[in-house]
Design a protein around this ligand. Sequence first.
Ligand code: ADP
Ligand code: MG
Length: 247
Amino acid sequence: MVSVKNIRKSFDDNVVLKDINLTVDKSEVVVIMGPSGSGKSTLLRCMTFLEEPDKGIVKLGENEVEAAVKPNKKRKSSIRQLRQNTGFVFQQFNLFPHRTALENVMEGPMIIKDMDRNKAKEKAMTLLDKVGLADKVDHYPAKLSGGQQQRVAIARALSMEPMVMLYDEPTSALDPELVREVLLVMKQLAKEGMTMIVVTHEMGFAKDVADRVIFMDEGVIVEEGSSDQMFNNPKEERTKRFLRDVS
Ligand code: ADP
Ligand code: MG
């Protein structure tokens, strides 16, 4: 479903991603862990060309985009398609502050998919219900808790019917008591077969939900395996050290 081939990315002379290869199957849940600065966010951003990689290929379904080639019309449309088919949930919820929860979720389908207002509204209601916010549809973000805002952000990402969801530390900005409600929604989506790549340090989530755990450090994938293997029997010294530090 999703693959990243030989992705390299540097900022000036700082090589942040060193030929990363990653393939994720349909309905697979992959958790990425690693120390701060190891390149996790950059990898997710490169997957949607929010950052242009120096080289490599990103493939989503049949759509393949190669990095660092001359821009032309076809490429532009491939990148647009890549973004439309990818739901991105960030640490900071990035909701429109002057729109209600409902309007935040309606926006994408109406503007980008040209869906009519009533249909978009109906869809947004269904999605907000799904993330447990049926009674908050008319609230503005400022009136919602961090956990509720993040669930609106998840509903908003889902409104575009993405082929894959990317989460970049979705619970890191939340007060501890609000983490669980967001993880539960993510877990439910995983159960329903959503393909997901999740950068998180939530070990419980990884153990429960991940089909595969990847450990990144200094721009490379150091080690990957099942959560059982990664948490109970890591092979690499760097993985062991990291797990000791976060637990
Ligand atoms: P992580 O998400 O694993 O903490 P990042 O992908 O955010 O790591 O960052 C990896 C490295 O890339 C860090 O050294 C960071 O300083 C650098 N970096 C990330 N974004 C930029 C940028 N826009 N300009 C310059 N350096 C960046
Ligand atoms: Mg990051």
